[in-house]
Design a protein around this ligand. Structure first.
Ligand SMILES: NC(=O)c1ccc[n+]([C@@H]2O[C@H](COP(=O)([O-])OP(=O)(O)OC[C@H]3O[C@@H](n4cnc5c(N)ncnc54)[C@H](OP(=O)(O)O)[C@@H]3O)[C@@H](O)[C@H]2O)c1
Length: 345
Protein backbone atom coordinates (compact mmCIF):
# COMPACT_ATOMS: atom_id res chain seq x y z
CA UNK A 1 0.00 0.00 0.00
CA UNK A 2 1.37 3.42 -0.87
CA UNK A 3 0.30 6.60 0.92
CA UNK A 4 -1.41 7.56 -2.34
CA UNK A 5 -3.86 4.72 -2.64
CA UNK A 6 -1.82 1.62 -3.36
CA UNK A 7 -2.34 1.14 -7.09
CA UNK A 8 0.25 1.51 -9.85
CA UNK A 9 0.91 5.12 -10.71
CA UNK A 10 -0.94 6.50 -7.71
CA UNK A 11 2.14 8.38 -6.53
CA UNK A 12 2.55 9.94 -9.95
CA UNK A 13 -1.07 10.98 -10.00
CA UNK A 14 -0.62 12.63 -6.63
CA UNK A 15 2.53 14.33 -7.93
CA UNK A 16 0.73 15.61 -11.00
CA UNK A 17 -2.14 16.95 -8.88
CA UNK A 18 0.36 18.79 -6.70
CA UNK A 19 2.24 20.04 -9.71
CA UNK A 20 -0.77 21.78 -11.20
CA UNK A 21 -0.67 23.99 -8.10
CA UNK A 22 3.12 24.25 -7.86
CA UNK A 23 3.65 25.28 -11.47
CA UNK A 24 0.39 27.15 -12.05
CA UNK A 25 2.27 29.92 -13.84
CA UNK A 26 3.66 27.47 -16.39
CA UNK A 27 1.90 27.35 -19.78
CA UNK A 28 0.83 23.74 -19.26
CA UNK A 29 0.16 21.95 -15.97
CA UNK A 30 1.90 18.63 -15.34
CA UNK A 31 -1.57 17.06 -15.16
CA UNK A 32 -1.93 17.33 -18.93
CA UNK A 33 0.85 14.80 -19.56
CA UNK A 34 -1.73 12.12 -18.76
CA UNK A 35 -4.44 13.40 -21.10
CA UNK A 36 -2.34 13.41 -24.24
CA UNK A 37 -0.08 10.69 -25.64
CA UNK A 38 3.53 10.51 -24.51
CA UNK A 39 5.73 10.09 -27.58
CA UNK A 40 8.62 7.68 -26.96
CA UNK A 41 11.48 7.48 -29.47
CA UNK A 42 13.68 4.39 -29.50
CA UNK A 43 10.64 2.62 -28.09
CA UNK A 44 11.60 -0.88 -29.26
CA UNK A 45 15.10 -0.60 -27.76
CA UNK A 46 16.33 -1.89 -24.41
CA UNK A 47 15.22 1.12 -22.38
CA UNK A 48 12.26 1.98 -24.62
CA UNK A 49 10.54 -1.37 -24.18
CA UNK A 50 10.66 -1.07 -20.40
CA UNK A 51 9.68 2.61 -20.44
CA UNK A 52 6.63 1.90 -22.64
CA UNK A 53 5.51 -0.95 -20.39
CA UNK A 54 5.96 1.15 -17.23
CA UNK A 55 4.10 4.09 -18.80
CA UNK A 56 1.14 1.90 -19.80
CA UNK A 57 1.05 0.27 -16.36
CA UNK A 58 1.01 3.76 -14.83
CA UNK A 59 -1.96 4.86 -16.91
CA UNK A 60 -0.25 6.92 -19.61
CA UNK A 61 -1.23 6.87 -23.29
CA UNK A 62 1.85 5.90 -25.29
CA UNK A 63 2.78 6.68 -28.88
CA UNK A 64 5.88 4.65 -29.73
CA UNK A 65 8.23 5.68 -32.53
CA UNK A 66 10.02 2.61 -33.91
CA UNK A 67 11.99 1.77 -37.03
CA UNK A 68 10.95 -1.84 -37.37
CA UNK A 69 7.34 -2.98 -36.93
CA UNK A 70 8.26 -6.66 -36.53
CA UNK A 71 10.73 -5.85 -33.74
CA UNK A 72 8.15 -3.62 -32.06
CA UNK A 73 5.52 -6.37 -32.24
CA UNK A 74 7.87 -8.86 -30.64
CA UNK A 75 8.86 -6.41 -27.88
CA UNK A 76 5.39 -5.02 -27.06
CA UNK A 77 3.16 -8.06 -27.51
CA UNK A 78 -0.37 -6.96 -26.68
CA UNK A 79 0.53 -3.72 -24.89
CA UNK A 80 -2.09 -1.11 -25.79
CA UNK A 81 0.14 1.48 -27.46
CA UNK A 82 -0.02 3.43 -30.68
CA UNK A 83 2.92 2.69 -32.98
CA UNK A 84 4.46 5.03 -35.57
CA UNK A 85 7.09 3.50 -37.84
CA UNK A 86 9.68 6.09 -38.81
CA UNK A 87 13.27 7.16 -38.77
CA UNK A 88 13.70 10.02 -36.29
CA UNK A 89 15.75 11.87 -38.93
CA UNK A 90 12.58 12.37 -40.98
CA UNK A 91 11.31 15.82 -39.97
CA UNK A 92 7.85 15.43 -41.57
CA UNK A 93 7.25 12.13 -39.81
CA UNK A 94 8.42 13.52 -36.50
CA UNK A 95 6.08 16.51 -36.83
CA UNK A 96 3.25 14.04 -37.49
CA UNK A 97 4.32 11.82 -34.58
CA UNK A 98 4.32 14.76 -32.15
CA UNK A 99 0.98 16.20 -33.30
CA UNK A 100 -1.50 16.05 -30.42
CA UNK A 101 1.16 14.78 -28.00
CA UNK A 102 1.73 16.32 -24.56
CA UNK A 103 5.26 15.13 -23.94
CA UNK A 104 8.30 13.51 -25.47
CA UNK A 105 10.63 10.90 -24.03
CA UNK A 106 13.60 10.91 -26.38
CA UNK A 107 15.58 7.67 -26.09
CA UNK A 108 16.60 6.84 -29.67
CA UNK A 109 20.35 6.92 -30.30
CA UNK A 110 23.10 4.78 -31.73
CA UNK A 111 26.22 3.60 -29.91
CA UNK A 112 27.85 2.15 -33.04
CA UNK A 113 28.04 4.07 -36.33
CA UNK A 114 27.25 2.25 -39.56
CA UNK A 115 27.14 3.33 -43.18
CA UNK A 116 24.16 5.65 -43.46
CA UNK A 117 23.87 6.42 -39.73
CA UNK A 118 26.35 8.59 -37.91
CA UNK A 119 26.48 9.92 -34.36
CA UNK A 120 26.06 13.42 -35.80
CA UNK A 121 22.88 12.76 -37.74
CA UNK A 122 21.10 10.29 -35.39
CA UNK A 123 22.23 11.37 -31.93
CA UNK A 124 22.62 15.09 -32.51
CA UNK A 125 20.81 16.42 -35.60
CA UNK A 126 17.70 14.27 -35.07
CA UNK A 127 17.42 15.66 -31.54
CA UNK A 128 17.10 19.11 -33.06
CA UNK A 129 14.41 17.75 -35.45
CA UNK A 130 12.49 16.30 -32.48
CA UNK A 131 12.81 19.47 -30.40
CA UNK A 132 11.44 21.53 -33.31
CA UNK A 133 8.61 19.05 -33.89
CA UNK A 134 7.73 19.05 -30.17
CA UNK A 135 7.73 22.85 -30.11
CA UNK A 136 5.42 23.12 -33.14
CA UNK A 137 3.07 20.58 -31.58
CA UNK A 138 3.08 22.31 -28.19
CA UNK A 139 4.50 19.18 -26.53
CA UNK A 140 6.41 21.12 -23.96
CA UNK A 141 7.49 18.39 -21.53
CA UNK A 142 10.67 16.61 -22.64
CA UNK A 143 12.67 13.88 -20.95
CA UNK A 144 15.98 13.23 -22.71
CA UNK A 145 18.11 10.16 -22.09
CA UNK A 146 21.70 11.32 -22.18
CA UNK A 147 24.65 9.33 -20.93
CA UNK A 148 27.02 9.54 -17.99
CA UNK A 149 30.13 11.30 -19.36
CA UNK A 150 28.28 12.98 -22.25
CA UNK A 151 29.94 16.30 -22.93
CA UNK A 152 29.76 18.65 -25.92
CA UNK A 153 33.53 19.11 -25.61
CA UNK A 154 34.42 15.42 -25.20
CA UNK A 155 37.22 14.00 -27.32
CA UNK A 156 35.15 10.82 -27.72
CA UNK A 157 32.79 11.18 -30.69
CA UNK A 158 29.91 9.23 -29.11
CA UNK A 159 29.98 11.17 -25.83
CA UNK A 160 30.34 14.42 -27.79
CA UNK A 161 27.24 13.66 -29.91
CA UNK A 162 25.17 12.94 -26.80
CA UNK A 163 26.59 16.00 -25.01
CA UNK A 164 25.68 18.36 -27.86
CA UNK A 165 22.16 16.88 -27.96
CA UNK A 166 21.88 17.30 -24.19
CA UNK A 167 22.81 20.99 -24.49
CA UNK A 168 20.19 21.42 -27.24
CA UNK A 169 17.53 19.97 -24.94
CA UNK A 170 18.61 22.17 -22.03
CA UNK A 171 18.51 25.24 -24.26
CA UNK A 172 15.20 24.38 -25.93
CA UNK A 173 12.94 26.51 -23.73
CA UNK A 174 10.84 23.43 -22.97
CA UNK A 175 10.14 21.89 -19.56
CA UNK A 176 13.02 19.46 -19.88
CA UNK A 177 14.68 16.83 -17.73
CA UNK A 178 17.94 15.11 -18.67
CA UNK A 179 18.86 11.69 -17.29
CA UNK A 180 22.46 10.44 -17.42
CA UNK A 181 22.75 6.73 -16.68
CA UNK A 182 25.91 4.69 -16.35
CA UNK A 183 25.85 1.40 -18.26
CA UNK A 184 22.41 -0.26 -18.29
CA UNK A 185 21.85 -4.01 -17.93
CA UNK A 186 18.85 -6.19 -18.67
CA UNK A 187 17.83 -9.12 -20.85
CA UNK A 188 18.20 -7.25 -24.16
CA UNK A 189 21.27 -5.15 -23.25
CA UNK A 190 24.22 -4.75 -25.58
CA UNK A 191 26.97 -4.55 -22.98
CA UNK A 192 26.62 -7.47 -20.59
CA UNK A 193 25.28 -9.66 -23.40
CA UNK A 194 28.30 -8.77 -25.55
CA UNK A 195 30.61 -9.77 -22.70
CA UNK A 196 28.59 -12.99 -22.31
CA UNK A 197 28.89 -13.77 -26.04
CA UNK A 198 32.63 -13.09 -25.95
CA UNK A 199 32.94 -15.46 -22.98
CA UNK A 200 31.17 -18.18 -25.01
CA UNK A 201 33.57 -17.59 -27.91
CA UNK A 202 36.71 -17.59 -25.69
CA UNK A 203 37.33 -21.08 -24.32
CA UNK A 204 39.52 -21.32 -21.19
CA UNK A 205 41.00 -17.81 -21.25
CA UNK A 206 39.12 -14.50 -21.37
CA UNK A 207 41.06 -11.35 -22.34
CA UNK A 208 40.20 -8.35 -20.18
CA UNK A 209 40.85 -5.05 -21.98
CA UNK A 210 43.15 -2.81 -19.95
CA UNK A 211 43.33 -5.45 -17.22
CA UNK A 212 39.64 -4.91 -16.46
CA UNK A 213 40.33 -1.88 -14.27
CA UNK A 214 37.79 0.43 -15.97
CA UNK A 215 34.95 1.21 -13.58
CA UNK A 216 31.21 1.20 -14.23
CA UNK A 217 28.11 1.60 -12.09
CA UNK A 218 25.69 -0.74 -13.86
CA UNK A 219 22.03 0.12 -13.39
CA UNK A 220 19.12 -2.23 -14.16
CA UNK A 221 16.87 -1.30 -17.07
CA UNK A 222 13.75 -1.69 -14.91
CA UNK A 223 15.12 0.89 -12.46
CA UNK A 224 15.94 3.29 -15.32
CA UNK A 225 12.39 2.90 -16.70
CA UNK A 226 10.92 3.64 -13.26
CA UNK A 227 13.11 6.74 -13.06
CA UNK A 228 11.99 7.98 -16.49
CA UNK A 229 8.30 7.56 -15.69
CA UNK A 230 8.71 9.06 -12.24
CA UNK A 231 10.40 12.22 -13.53
CA UNK A 232 7.86 12.67 -16.33
CA UNK A 233 5.21 13.69 -13.80
CA UNK A 234 7.55 15.26 -11.25
CA UNK A 235 7.66 19.07 -11.37
CA UNK A 236 10.81 19.01 -9.22
CA UNK A 237 12.67 17.41 -12.12
CA UNK A 238 11.95 20.20 -14.62
CA UNK A 239 15.18 21.91 -15.68
CA UNK A 240 17.27 19.29 -13.86
CA UNK A 241 20.00 16.91 -14.99
CA UNK A 242 20.04 13.76 -12.92
CA UNK A 243 22.55 10.90 -12.91
CA UNK A 244 21.46 7.29 -12.58
CA UNK A 245 23.64 4.44 -11.39
CA UNK A 246 23.44 1.08 -9.70
CA UNK A 247 24.22 0.48 -6.06
CA UNK A 248 28.00 0.42 -6.35
CA UNK A 249 30.86 1.00 -8.80
CA UNK A 250 32.38 -2.20 -10.16
CA UNK A 251 35.47 -2.78 -12.26
CA UNK A 252 35.16 -4.58 -15.57
CA UNK A 253 36.93 -7.50 -13.90
CA UNK A 254 34.36 -7.63 -11.06
CA UNK A 255 31.52 -7.45 -13.59
CA UNK A 256 33.08 -10.26 -15.64
CA UNK A 257 33.46 -12.43 -12.52
CA UNK A 258 29.72 -12.04 -11.81
CA UNK A 259 28.90 -12.74 -15.45
CA UNK A 260 30.90 -15.99 -15.28
CA UNK A 261 29.00 -17.08 -12.16
CA UNK A 262 25.68 -16.24 -13.84
CA UNK A 263 26.70 -18.28 -16.88
CA UNK A 264 27.79 -21.13 -14.61
CA UNK A 265 31.18 -21.27 -16.28
CA UNK A 266 34.78 -20.31 -15.61
CA UNK A 267 37.60 -18.67 -17.55
CA UNK A 268 41.09 -17.53 -16.65
CA UNK A 269 40.88 -13.73 -16.78
CA UNK A 270 43.98 -12.30 -18.45
CA UNK A 271 44.58 -8.58 -18.73
CA UNK A 272 45.39 -7.37 -22.26
CA UNK A 273 46.49 -3.79 -23.01
CA UNK A 274 43.87 -1.83 -24.96
CA UNK A 275 46.58 -0.94 -27.50
CA UNK A 276 47.04 -4.66 -28.25
CA UNK A 277 43.29 -5.17 -28.75
CA UNK A 278 42.81 -2.14 -30.98
CA UNK A 279 44.03 -3.72 -34.26
CA UNK A 280 41.90 -6.84 -33.63
CA UNK A 281 38.82 -4.72 -32.96
CA UNK A 282 39.58 -2.51 -35.98
CA UNK A 283 39.75 -5.59 -38.21
CA UNK A 284 36.53 -7.05 -36.76
CA UNK A 285 34.87 -3.68 -37.35
CA UNK A 286 35.87 -3.83 -41.03
CA UNK A 287 34.84 -7.41 -41.77
CA UNK A 288 31.84 -8.09 -39.50
CA UNK A 289 28.39 -6.74 -40.35
CA UNK A 290 27.63 -6.45 -36.58
CA UNK A 291 30.90 -5.95 -34.71
CA UNK A 292 30.38 -6.48 -30.96
CA UNK A 293 32.59 -3.50 -30.16
CA UNK A 294 34.30 -0.70 -32.05
CA UNK A 295 37.61 1.04 -31.52
CA UNK A 296 35.63 4.13 -30.47
CA UNK A 297 33.83 2.19 -27.72
CA UNK A 298 37.08 0.46 -26.69
CA UNK A 299 38.63 3.90 -26.18
CA UNK A 300 35.84 4.72 -23.71
CA UNK A 301 37.44 2.24 -21.29
CA UNK A 302 40.04 4.97 -20.67
CA UNK A 303 37.51 6.87 -18.57
CA UNK A 304 35.55 5.59 -15.58
CA UNK A 305 31.78 5.43 -16.02
CA UNK A 306 30.80 6.00 -12.39
CA UNK A 307 28.31 8.41 -10.87
CA UNK A 308 29.28 11.19 -8.43
CA UNK A 309 25.83 11.75 -6.98
CA UNK A 310 23.37 8.95 -7.65
CA UNK A 311 19.99 10.60 -8.20
CA UNK A 312 18.37 7.18 -8.68
CA UNK A 313 18.67 6.59 -4.94
CA UNK A 314 19.26 10.04 -3.45
CA UNK A 315 16.65 12.01 -5.38
CA UNK A 316 14.17 9.50 -6.77
CA UNK A 317 14.27 7.05 -3.86
CA UNK A 318 14.58 3.98 -6.07
CA UNK A 319 16.44 1.04 -4.52
CA UNK A 320 18.81 -0.22 -7.22
CA UNK A 321 18.66 -3.81 -8.41
CA UNK A 322 22.13 -5.24 -7.67
CA UNK A 323 24.44 -6.32 -10.48
CA UNK A 324 24.34 -9.81 -9.01
CA UNK A 325 24.63 -13.17 -10.80
CA UNK A 326 20.98 -13.98 -10.05
CA UNK A 327 19.94 -10.83 -11.96
CA UNK A 328 22.02 -11.91 -14.97
CA UNK A 329 20.56 -15.35 -15.59
CA UNK A 330 19.39 -14.17 -19.01
CA UNK A 331 23.00 -14.77 -20.09
CA UNK A 332 22.38 -18.51 -19.84
CA UNK A 333 20.42 -18.32 -23.10
CA UNK A 334 23.64 -17.51 -25.01
CA UNK A 335 25.03 -20.42 -27.00
CA UNK A 336 28.15 -20.61 -29.16
CA UNK A 337 25.98 -20.56 -32.27
CA UNK A 338 23.85 -17.58 -31.09
CA UNK A 339 27.10 -15.74 -30.22
CA UNK A 340 28.48 -16.35 -33.73
CA UNK A 341 25.14 -15.46 -35.34
CA UNK A 342 25.05 -12.11 -33.51
CA UNK A 343 28.27 -11.06 -35.28
CA UNK A 344 26.62 -11.44 -38.67
CA UNK A 345 23.26 -9.94 -37.87
N1 LIG B 1 22.32 0.91 -22.85
C1 LIG B 1 23.12 1.61 -22.07
O1 LIG B 1 24.03 1.08 -21.40
C2 LIG B 1 22.93 3.10 -21.98
C3 LIG B 1 23.65 3.81 -20.98
C4 LIG B 1 23.48 5.18 -20.87
C5 LIG B 1 22.61 5.84 -21.73
N2 LIG B 1 21.95 5.13 -22.68
C6 LIG B 1 21.05 5.88 -23.57
O2 LIG B 1 19.74 5.36 -23.42
C7 LIG B 1 19.03 5.51 -24.64
C8 LIG B 1 18.38 4.18 -25.00
O3 LIG B 1 19.43 3.24 -25.15
P1 LIG B 1 19.15 1.68 -25.30
O4 LIG B 1 20.15 0.99 -24.47
O5 LIG B 1 17.71 1.41 -25.13
O6 LIG B 1 19.60 1.49 -26.80
P2 LIG B 1 18.98 0.53 -27.90
O7 LIG B 1 18.49 -0.72 -27.29
O8 LIG B 1 20.00 0.46 -28.98
O9 LIG B 1 17.76 1.36 -28.40
C9 LIG B 1 17.91 2.49 -29.19
C10 LIG B 1 16.69 2.59 -30.05
O10 LIG B 1 16.84 3.72 -30.91
C11 LIG B 1 16.34 3.36 -32.16
N3 LIG B 1 16.95 4.15 -33.22
C12 LIG B 1 18.26 4.28 -33.51
N4 LIG B 1 18.42 5.07 -34.58
C13 LIG B 1 17.17 5.44 -34.97
C14 LIG B 1 16.68 6.23 -36.02
N5 LIG B 1 17.49 6.83 -36.91
N6 LIG B 1 15.34 6.38 -36.14
C15 LIG B 1 14.48 5.78 -35.27
N7 LIG B 1 14.90 5.02 -34.25
C16 LIG B 1 16.23 4.85 -34.10
C17 LIG B 1 16.72 1.90 -32.34
O11 LIG B 1 15.88 1.33 -33.31
P3 LIG B 1 16.01 -0.21 -33.75
O12 LIG B 1 15.27 -0.94 -32.68
O13 LIG B 1 15.37 -0.27 -35.06
O14 LIG B 1 17.48 -0.49 -33.77
C18 LIG B 1 16.51 1.37 -30.93
O15 LIG B 1 15.21 0.86 -30.76
C19 LIG B 1 20.04 6.00 -25.67
O16 LIG B 1 19.86 7.36 -25.84
C20 LIG B 1 21.38 5.70 -25.04
O17 LIG B 1 22.38 6.60 -25.46
C21 LIG B 1 22.06 3.79 -22.82
Amino acid sequence: MTPHGGYPGAEMEAASEMSSVAVAEQPQSMGTVRDQPVVVTGAAGLVGTHVCRTLVNSGFKVRAVVRDMAKAASRFGHLPIEIRVSDIRNADSMRAALTGAGSLIHLAAIAIEKPGQSYADVNTDATRILLDAAKSAGANRIVYMSQNGADAGSRYAFLRSKGIAQEMVAGSGSRWTVLRPSVIFGPEDEFVNVLGRMVKLSPLVFPLPGGGTAKFQPVAVGDVARAVVKVLADPESVGRTWSLGGSTPLTLRQMTERILIAMNTSRVLVGVPVTALRPVVALAQKVLPHPPVTTGLLDLLEIDNVIDKNDLTETLGITPTPFAPEELLYLRKITVSSAIKSLFG
